[in-house]
Design a protein around this ligand. Structure first.
Ligand code: HPA
Ligand code: ZN
Length: 325
């Protein structure tokens, strides 16, 4: 299948951190606007700095980058930049994660970032019918009490939040640490997702399912370490939102030709393709699909199945899914 066909097929994206879409040029412009000195002079300096050893080395730059986001307008621009990419790439539906604590920890509140996000989302909906949902992610290296504070602060915006998620440093921060706050989120009518089995063990995928009651797993590629888990994921069709370029950049796999996404697909699991943090990992959604063709010889049928899965695994209503399938 040519790039133009990947480009042309309507797709959904389900694993995307809005803070990870901050482009180097937008970062430079916002740093200038707010008189923030960056450790970079040129765009090339930024590109050169984006070489990561593991998840933590990425997170350090990701949190540092987010510091240029200070005012409502900045968050509007951040969201708008990404939604324009959705239009360009034919991502007709996107479920976007945001990390409130990355901002509230710096004194930037919900009343700053939420209106910025929502006005961009509404403008894209008006202008070309862009479909979006928001997923509020808790930082798992912080405490459950801080996650509860975040959930409380989100109350005025609950109608615009579809689900809660769990991200940041996975190792030594197992899902069960957040059991109570996820139960509270469920009681408020929020759906649940969690990063698990990216750097952490397969056991954390079980934890996300059994302790947090998640509808899908973000990443989940380490499921292959547990055959009982693989069977469970297949039987229950619990989706995995896999991010190929991210996994290579963060050394979850050494090279793309070693990635297990197609073997998971061939095993009958509901796997999807996503870009995670495209500005840091070197490609938006279509590039992630393209990598699978180039390095794993993905067939047209496999690409089409992955795209169908992106809608099946989404939080769209059954009739909305039906429209795209
Ligand atoms: N994993 C964990 N935390 C994150 C990621 C990720 O891939 N992206 C942004 N925060
Ligand atoms: Zn992620």
């Amino acid at each position: 299948m040519s790039m133009s066909l990947i480009q042309a097929l309507p797709k959904a994206e389900l694993h995307l951190h809005i803070e990870g879409t901050l482009t180097p040029s937008r970062m430079m412009a916002l740093a200038k606007k707010h008189n923030i000195s960056l450790p970079y002079v040129t765009l090339e300096d930024i590109q050169a700095a984006y070489q990561f050893d593991d998840l933590q080395s990425f997170l350090n730059l990701y949190y540092q980058g987010a510091d240029v986001l200070r005012e409502e307008e900045d968050f509007f621009q951040l969201m708008w930049d990404y939604l324009l990419v959705c239009k360009e790439e034919n991502i007709v539906h996107t479920e976007i994660m945001f990390d409130p604590q990355t901002h509230t920890n710096r004194g930037v509140g919900f009343d700053v970032f939420m209106p910025g996000f929502l006005s961009a989302i509404r403008k894209a909906k008006r202008e070309w019918g862009q479909s979006t949902k928001l997923i509020m992610s808790f930082l798992r290296d912080l405490t459950e009490a801080q996650a509860f504070d975040t959930l409380d602060a989100s109350m005025p915006y609950l109608a615009d939040i579809e689900a809660v998620g769990l991200d940041s440093a996975e190792k030594a921060n197992p899902p069960e640490k957040f059991r109570k706050v996820f139960a509270k989120a469920k009681s408020l009518g929020l759906k649940r997702v969690a990063h698990a089995g990216e750097e952490g063990p397969a056991e954390y995928i079980w934890g996300a399912i059994n302790e947090l009651n998640v509808a899908r797993i973000d990443h989940g590629v380490r499921a292959t370490e547990d055959n009982v888990l693989l069977r469970f994921l297949r039987e229950h069709q619990i989706p995995l939102t896999v991010c190929p370029l991210s996994n290579i950049k963060l050394n979850v796999f050494d090279k793309m030709d070693q990635h297990n996404i197609l073997s998971l697909l061939n095993d009958g699991l509901c796997v999807t393709v996503n870009s995670d943090d495209p500005s840091y990992f070197g490609g938006y959604l279509n590039q992630n699909y393209k990598e699978l063709q180039h390095h794993l010889d993905a067939t047209d049928d496999q690409i089409v199945q992955l795209i169908k899965n992106s809608f099946l695994a989404s939080f769209l209503a059954p009739d909305e899914k039906e429209y795209w399938l």
